[in-house]
Design a binder for this molecule. Structure first.
Ligand code: NAD
Length: 330
């Protein structure tokens, strides 16, 4: 049986979590044990097969078991509701498990534990979990970190994700970075500030890129309706004041750039539904901190209209260009 300091638990083996946990297993030496947990038995079975030969893997039931057996628990969960269950449920949650583990432990066994959520979760939920940890009887033994990612499923598979982390206890950072380096590009792993700041950085970046996706699409569509040369227009924008990531790296007009979603019928990018979800989180964050915003609401309305139309739903968010181009001006 592996000791807790050589054991890492990973909860949530979905589109992102599965390849992240597999890269972690492959990156750590075989003296480490990986504990895996998911509500999908299929994911657990597949993982055990895929990890064969890379070191020990064991299945656990929930967050309660995870934190008892491991000194590091990494979670990659879909939303706030699941995060609250996995961390805060009084029977099966991580916090309850930590309470049990530290209540029974002797002095030498009271080593600190790291618990870290890597999904894109509302800041208010991250802060709620942080508060629960801080006000619990085991707060001095537990460090909660938020470390959302950028890079999507391809980045998760290639182990090249960017991480934006928030940790109030800075001493834990080398340990955190060590684990994240197996799943991401070491030069793109940032400590952004105290707990909650990783999520805020992630959401603020996505807020901006969602709005610039619509803004760039509107501008280019004016050019399209006037019959201008859009390739030349893009070149001029990209050396002028309108230049942004969308115009230069993921142009929304099909055929202007190779190997971008718009040039393959908007497939294989950042889905408009996810883009709208994170923009909504940015909007909530603005409300929470009292920051005045103008552009979030009309952008969310535009995304909402496009993603309810079969022609655009499920596509890369830059499909708003196509939606504008095929819509009538009211
Ligand atoms: P997903 O739905 O594919 O994976 C979530 C996993 O959690 C599933 O395997 C599910 O079975 C499991 N799960 C649900 N409830 C559980 C519970 N109570 N206990 C244990 N496991 C449970 O989602 P995903 O696409 O992997 O995204 C995960 C997180 O990463 C989300 O917060 C998302 O916003 C964020 N994210 C996703 C992408 C992307 O492109 N998919 C990119 C960046 C960030």
């Amino acid at each position: 049986m592996a000791t807790p300091d050589k054991t890492i638990a990973f909860i949530g083996l979905g589109v992102m979590g599965y390849p992240m946990a597999l890269n972690l297993r492959k990156g750590l030496d075989k003296s480490h044990t990986i504990l895996i947990c998911d509500v999908s038995s299929d994911a657990l079975e597949r993982f055990q097969k895929d990890a064969e030969g890379h070191g020990p893997v064991e299945v656990i039931k929930n967050g309660y078991d995870a934190v008892q057996k491991a000194d590091a628990v990494i979670t990659m969960l879909p939303d706030s509701k699941v995060v609250k269950i996995v961390y805060l449920d009084s029977q099966t949650g991580i916090l309850a498990g930590a309470h049990q583990a530290f209540t029974n432990a002797s002095g030498a066994e009271k080593k600190g534990k790291l618990i870290m959520e890597c999904g894109t979760i509302e800041t208010s939920t991250i802060l709620e979990v942080a508060k629960a940890v801080e006000t619990s009887s085991v707060s001095q033994h537990l460090t909660f970190v938020d470390a959302p990612v950028s890079g999507g499923p391809m980045g998760a598979q290639d182990g090249t994700l960017a991480f934006m982390a928030g940790a109030s206890n800075k001493e834990i950072w080398p340990t955190v970075k060590g684990y994240l380096s197996h799943m991401g590009n070491p030069s793109s792993i940032f400590l952004c500030g105290d707990i909650g700041s990783g999520t805020a950085f992630k959401v603020i970046n996505n807020y901006l890129s969602a709005i610039t996706s619509l803004a760039a699409s509107e501008a280019l569509n004016i050019g399209a309706k006037m019959g201008l040369n859009l390739e030349l227009l893009t070149d001029v924008i990209n050396v002028s004041g309108g230049q942004c990531w969308v115009t230069s790296k993921s142009n929304p007009v099909p055929g202007i750039q190779k190997n971008v979603p718009s040039s393959r019928d908007y497939e294989g990018g950042f889905r408009i539904e996810l883009c709208a979800k994170v923009l909504g989180m940015g909007s909530q964050l603005a409300e929470m901190v009292g920051a005045r915003t103008i552009l979030d609401k009309p952008t969310l309305e535009a995304f909402g209209e496009a993603m309810h139309d079969d022609r655009y739903k499920g596509k890369d968010a830059r499909v708003v260009y196509k939606w504008l181009n095929e819509s009538k001006r009211e």
